[in-house]
Ligand binder design. Structure first.
Ligand code: SF4
Length: 94
């Protein structure tokens, strides 16, 4: 992984914010803390996916975030009762 993987290469600071690829980026907000898309530039932190984190969060939870997953009940696994009884008869734990 290159040194620039966690930064914004060729970005510049402007009075309005960080200019990167022709887009002005605003710093992240508190709700972005812990997100894997946060990158550093010039002692400030910015989102690598969305230039205006405040606006993104104003519509609800950020759908790009890597640290705020909602539970959809996907953790439950389907168990076949016939196979489970055979495993139990064999003394299998799973
Ligand atoms: S992806 Fe969303 S939560 Fe993560 S830094 Fe960007 S705006 Fe913030």
């Amino acid at each position: 992984m290159s040194k620039d993987a966690k930064t914004f290469p060729d970005a510049t600071m402007t009075p309005d914010g960080m200019l990167y690829n022709g887009v002005i980026f605003q710093p992240i907000i508190d709700k972005c803390e812990g997100c894997g898309r946060v990158r550093e530039f010039a002692d400030s932190r910015y989102c690598s996916s969305y230039p205006m984190p405040t606006a993104k969060w104003s519509l609800g939870m950020c759908n790009f975030s890597t640290h705020t997953r909602t539970s959809t009940g996907g953790a439950q696994t389907k168990v076949n009762p016939l196979k489970a009884s055979k495993r139990a008869a064999k003394g299998g734990g799973r």
